[in-house]
Write a protein that binds this ligand. Structure first.
Ligand code: GTP
Length: 321
């Protein structure tokens, strides 16, 4: 019974080491190793006693032992649950969870327990990999939920979200934001002539070319159907006009298989001189677009907030072709 209650260190299902030289710099020597160390980790039992501890550990683990485990034991008497790596005689590495404490009678010795952490390490690696996959999926979902599939531009939901933020910033820093609503003229006819797939190609090509006309900080979105929206920070009237001209230009030469199409577009524009609410600016630009359609299409009209008469509120930016 007495023997049962005072088990041999070889009975324990973990590695047990006694290491010398706690207060001395340099190599700590192994004074005792139980059977588990050779059975489980493959170290030759006869060679272990008297060999340096650093011979069992990977280089990084030797550093961790010297700069963390040892000082902690010296300071606090013990150090718990440190993940180290054994460099086994076969050349493979084996993760172990190490607990260390001062020997109860000889304070210059350290007693170590080594728990094989291969399983735990594998589980941890799997967890890390699962988290990476989840993050990747979340980022794909985030992209899908904010992007228009056909054109790759932002969708309406993302447009509304980002435009509100841009306008809040513009109000805060007293800068101007321009809103352009762009609509393809007579798109139904293009669909009827080229087929729905042909219409899709035009939308995708125009979306790509519109995106190229903006800067990285501009919001370029497909609002829906054949309608696009630009929300452009720090824009004066001159640069808005230039942007509108560039959009008309790229629409006038859209390459589709076998030919180059001239696509007519209408643009309604406004900027945030007196109002920083995106909904208001969109409504004004949309009104200007409506007026551009009514005035014969293929033009850009600017919504002028100074004009008193509603009929005078649009300024023709480009001569109609
Ligand atoms: N190919 C294609 N067509 C679309 C898509 N979304 C909307 N449309 C078509 O776009 C056309 C829009 O028609 P309308 O709203 O009458 O506009 P429009 O023909 O451009 O006429 P105006 O704007 O008044 O010049 C409809 O025929 C829709 O079916 C799409 O994703 N792909």
């Amino acid at each position: 019974m007495r023997a049962l209650l005072s088990p041999d260190p070889d009975d324990f299902p973990c590695g047990c080491l006694v290491v010398s030289g706690i207060d001395e710099p340099g190599n700590r020597l192994i004074l005792y190793a139980n059977h588990y160390v050779s059975e489980q980790f493959g170290f030759a039992a006869e060679g272990l006693v008297g060999s340096p501890l650093s011979g069992m550990l990977s280089r990084a683990s030797t550093v961790i032992f010297d700069v963390y485990v040892l000082p902690t034991v010296l300071h606090e008497g013990r150090c718990s649950e440190v993940l180290l790596e054994l460099q086994t005689p076969t050349g493979s590495k084996c993760p172990v969870v190490v607990n260390a404490r001062r020997h109860s009678t000889d304070q210059t010795l350290i007693v170590l327990s080594l728990f094989d952490a291969t399983q735990r390490d594998t589980l941890y690696q799997e967890l890390v990999e699962t988290r990476r996959l989840l993050e990747e999926k979340a980022s794909i979902l985030q992209h899908l939920s904010s992007t228009d599939e056909l054109t790759g531009l932002l969708n309406r939901r993302e447009l509304n979200k980002r435009a509100a933020i841009m306008l809040a910033e513009a109000r805060r820093y007293e800068t101007s934001v321009a809103v352009l609503v762009v609509d393809i003229d007579h798109f139904k006819e293009l669909n009827d002539t080229l087929g729905h797939a042909g219409g899709d190609k035009i939308l995708a090509e125009l979306g790509k070319r519109f995106r190229e006309q903006g800067r990285a900080t501009d919001i370029v979105a497909r609002y829906g159907g054949e309608e696009f929206v630009f929300v452009v920070p720090k824009m004066d009237e001159f640069r808005v006009r230039q942007l509108a001209q560039r959009l008309h230009k790229v629409a006038s030469e859209v390459p589709v298989p076998g030919k180059v199409l001239t696509v007519s577009i209408g643009i309604g524009l406004t900027h945030s001189r007196d109002d920083f609410l995106y909904e208001t600016l969109f409504m004004r630009a949309d009104k200007a677009l409506y007026a551009a359609k009514a005035a014969g299409r293929d033009r850009s009209l600017f919504f002028d907030v100074d004009a008193q008469d509603v009929g005078e509120r649009v300024i023709d930016l480009l001569p109609s072709s």
